[in-house]
Every structure is written in C-alpha cells, then in structure tokens.
Design a protein around this ligand. Structure first.
Ligand code: NOJ
Length: 546
C-alpha cells in the first residue's frame, strides 16, 4: 500500500446502474449506457465510480438480492462487457468500485434453493439462519426481530412433504435470506468472490450493510423498544475477524484496493469497523442526515474529524445516495434532515412535506462546495450534479421498491431518488434511452427536467453541472484540498468558515442575512452570486485567503 493512497482524497461518483444510461433501449440502464458516458464522467472531474450491484438478480430489491456473485444480470449486459468497461474506465483515468452484498443473497441463489430443499439440520441449511418456530406448533417466529423494510424478519418454509417447517432470517425482504457468517463455507466463499473481482481489475468494494453480518449466535429477542433486528454495535468479534480476512485479501493486490463500509451506526460504533487491519473506511453519512443548520453541521464535521484523527482513516462524505431523499428536496423543506429509520431504506418517519426546489437547489449547491472543501474523500450521487429533485408523485403501480409493499402502502420507499437521468432533449426519455427505444424509462421522468438535462446545463457555467465541474477541477489542482488538516476561522454561529493548507478558505452562510467574507485576496468560486461583495444566505464561497 502506498503512503497516500488515492481513496484518501477521491471524489467518487455513484452510478445507480438502472437509471444512469440505457444502451439497448429497454428502458433500464446498463453497462453499455455507462461505458458510452465515460467521457461525461471524465469531464465532470471525478476520480472513480461506484456502481450499484450489477450481478444476476431477480431484482426484488434493485439488485441487492444477488443470485450469482460472479456473473452479470442480462438486463445490464454480460461479464465480457463488464471486463471491457473496467478497462475503458481505467483508460479514462477512472477507478472502479463495485458493490459487494455479503449479508444476504437472493432466495434464488443456488445455496438458498438447496437449503430450502434440504431437511432441517442439513449442512445446506447451516449457511443461513434456519430455526424452528416458537409456540405450540412452531407457528410463531423464532424471535421478535423486524425487517428493515417493515414486517417480521422471519419467513416460514414448507418441508419437502408440504407441512409448515422451519423459519429463516432476513433482516431485509423475505427474498433476501441472511447468510450465517459463523459458517466457514460462507466465509471462504466470499473471500473467493472478492478475489474473483480483484483479479478482474476492480479498485475496491462498497460493502453493503457491512455491520449486519455478524450476529449474536443465540439470536435473542430484542427489547420491545427496539424496532428492528439488533445491530452489531454490540460489537460481535466475528465482524472484526471477517474484515481482517477481507483486508488481507485486498492488501495482497497491487494498487491500493479499497474496502468502504456502508454502516448506519452512530459514529463511535461505526469507527470500530475501521480499526487497524479492518475496513479502510466507511461512509460518513452524518452530513446527509444533518439538518441545514450551522451548529448542527459544525458538530457533525468536528465529530468526524475527531474520529478520523483517532483511527487514522480518512473521511468519506456523502450528501445523497440511492436510499435517501434527494438533497434538493430535503433542503427545500421545513425539516431539512434525512432520517434513516429501519436500518436501511424505508421512509417511516422521514421528514416529508412541501419542498421549495429553488431554495433547496441554492442550499444543495452551497453544500456541495462545503463537502468538496472538507478533509477526505466524497461520494457524489448521480443526478445531484444536475440538481435533480425527488420525484414524489410516482404512480403506485409503478413503484418497484419493496418498501412500498412491506410497509402496507404507507411508505413510498426510495424510487423517488432513482428516476432515470435526463441527458438531453426536451421530452422523456431525455436521451436516457436511444432514439426509438422499445420501452419508456422504467420510472417516468418529470417533464420539468427538460431544463435540467446534462446537455442544457453543459453550456451554462452558472448551472449546477457547471459548478460541479469547476469545483472538482479546482479540488484536484488544489494541494490543500482532499485529505489533510482543517482550521476553523472565527465566524458567527450560523456561518461555517475554515481554512485548508495553501491559503485556501471556505465560507458557508447559513444565517438569514448577508455576511462579510472572511479576509481574502481573491474569490476562487461561489455557489451563487455575491451581493455587493457580501455572501448571501445559503451560499458558499471558496477563497484564496489573505
Ligand atoms: C443498503 C442498500 O444501499 C439498499 O439499497 C439495500 O436495499 C439494502 N442495503 C439491502 O441490501
């Protein structure tokens, strides 16, 4: 490993493959669609892409239900196309991070099918969590855990003769059975899968639900107040053993391969997963969850800086992803937080209500400059560079997220942030699919996105795309940005002002009125126009400090 690996400062672009670009005209994004847009990503100025799961899958949960970890779903293309894509991305100077989904597979995975076909106690069942039910005849689930998508975390299977049999655990949908990570076959299988992809040139893994693998072997009931399956903040040693093994594999390959955990835990628990010799880092999701509020954001930044200093792992900021309400919509609401209820996914209790998109866009642009000036690396969710908003009026019959069904139609789930990107033109499919495509985009795009297409914004330096391009270019060239120290500058309570090495400064105004910029020699970039030399509300400025 080199002393300053790329991932400590990288700007990574998240490609939600179903919705990025459709190469074959079936209305669903695919590998050909990403490959033909590599030039866009290079011009945007990112260092890497993270691609959501592209493996063979029945797509019950957007590909997070994997039936074959070593092959590509035909909806997206072929393994051969993926290998050519990885090479092409590298030729464009982009690294490739793939999604690894180790907590659960698909109910269609051969191992799970074999487990259901085998009798209770069989070795095939021991790769999963099968248990007899409670109650007189086993009619009650083995414990009281709830699925993160709503409903019980257990489903009962029938014995080969058709009588009701054991139950299996799924902390997400019933079609996503949890692997038993105490089983040595499961552990060695995943080491092999990691090697399979590392051998094919991937630069790292985003590890799905990284904190859910290790469980208390007794699978005890949780206290009634806890709504979902217990998380590993209880610190199961198995989790640490597992990731030490993964790290040894990653580090045995040349070129600084990275393991990034998706861990929805409080910072102090999350940091335990990147103890020395374990994961390289995990997403700092706290920025995304914080309200648009000066003291709250400053507290989040300080806590993350402190944790990063203590563990030596860099920060990995996130403002949006495929599980969260779009940043423009959040910041345009009265309640600007993102609240993750139910571990992963699910809208239960998420702030809702009317959103002022113009206000949200202004704030999201300021937040982008804030995030890109902070120490560490960052993940940009596709479409945030176009200021796309959450699509909140998808017709119920088109909603694909399992959260919709599992919540008894009380929660519309996450499709609103997964609508296919608008690339060009003045009507759907906005260049997402080729001309004369066979099918419309898998989720309908709002007509109003005609003004937000990549083509429309490309020509306008004041557009959000123009801002992202300029900011990423500066960020790359500026030696003091990325990983490194931050110094807070004196400022009012509702202003975030800090310096970075090389006389670089960033100021964000979260107050209600315009403010004086901190002392500076020149203005490098702003997220919106200055007003008579003052920084207006909800605006950020990058400065060459005095
Ligand atoms: C987290 C992923 O980001 C989400 O989309 C998925 O539904 C769950 N993990 C389950 O795999």
């Amino acid at each position: 490993m080199t002393s300053n690996p790329w991932w400590r400062s990288a700007a990574v672009y998240q490609v939600y493959i179903r919705s990025f670009g459709d190469g074959n005209g079936d209305g669903v994004g695919d590998i050909a669609g990403i490959r033909s847009r590599l030039g866009y990503l290079r011009e945007l100025g990112v260092d890497a892409v993270w691609i959501n799961p592209w493996y063979v899958s029945p797509m019950v949960d957007g590909g997070y239900d994997v039936a074959d970890y070593r092959d590509i779903d035909p909806t997206f293309g072929t393994l051969g196309e993926v290998l050519a894509f990885i090479e092409a991305a590298h030729d464009h100077g982009l690294r490739v991070i793939v999604d690894m989904v180790p907590n659960h597979c698909s109910a269609e995975h051969p191992w799970f099918r074999a487990a259901v076909a085998a009798p209770p106690g069989a070795a095939e069942r021991k790769r999963f969590h099968f248990r007899p039910g409670r109650g007189q005849t086993g009619e009650l689930a083995p414990n009281n855990w709830r699925s993160s998508f709503g409903g019980p975390a257990w489903t009962r299977v029938a014995d080969p003769d058709g009588t009701p049999g054991e139950w299996y655990l799924h902390v997400f949908a019933p079609e996503q059975p949890d692997f038993n990570w105490d089983n040595p076959e499961v552990r060695s299988e995943f080491l092999d899968i990691l090697r399979f992809w590392l051998d094919r040139g991937v630069d790292g893994f985003r590890i799905d639900a990284a904190d859910r693998l290790a469980k208390d072997p007794a699978l005890p009931d949780v206290a009634a107040v806890i709504e979902e399956a217990p998380g590993p903040e209880r610190g199961y040693p198995a989790a640490h053993e597992i990731y030490r093994g993964w790290r040894r594999v990653a580090d045995s390959y040349p070129g600084d391969r990275v393991l990034v955990g998706e861990i929805w835990l409080e910072l102090r628990h999350r940091a335990a997963y990147h103890a020395p010799g374990e994961l390289h880092t995990s997403f700092s999701l706290d920025l995304m969850c914080s309200p648009w509020d000066g003291p709250a954001l400053r507290a989040v930044i300080d806590a993350n800086l402190e944790s990063s200093a203590a563990t030596g792992t860099p920060l990995t900021w996130v403002l949006g992803n495929h599980d969260a309400t779009r940043v423009v919509t959040r910041y345009g609401r009265e309640d600007t937080r993102f609240v993750q209820v139910g571990g992963t996914g699910g809208d239960h209790g998420r702030p809702a209500g009317h959103s002022d998109h113009a206000l949200g866009t202004r704030r999201a642009r300021a937040a982008a400059l804030l995030m890109m000036a902070l120490p560490g690396g960052l993940y940009l969710y596709q479409g945030d560079e176009l200021s796309l908003w959450e699509v909140e009026d998808i017709a119920p019959e088109l909603i694909a997220d399992p959260v919709w069904e599992r919540s008894g139609h009380t929660d519309r789930g996450r499709d609103g942030c997964r609508v296919p990107l608008p690339w060009s033109g003045s009507a759907a499919p906005f260049g997402f699919s080729p001309d004369h495509a066979d099918s419309p985009p898998w989720l309908p795009q709002p007509a109003a996105w005609r003004s937000l297409t990549a083509a429309a914004q490309s020509a306008d330096p004041d557009s959000t795309l123009g801002l992202y391009r300029a900011a990423l270019r500066i960020r790359r060239a500026e030696p003091g940005l990325g990983d490194g120290p931050l110094t807070w500058l004196p400022s009012g309570r509702d202003v975030l002002a800090f310096g970075r090495p090389g006389e670089f400064a960033c100021a964000v105004n979260l107050s209600a009125g315009p403010i004086e910029l901190p002392a500076h020699r020149s203005v490098v970039l702003t997220s919106g126009p200055l007003a008579g030399g003052l920084l207006p509300p909800d605006t950020a400025a990058w400065l060459r400090a005095a």
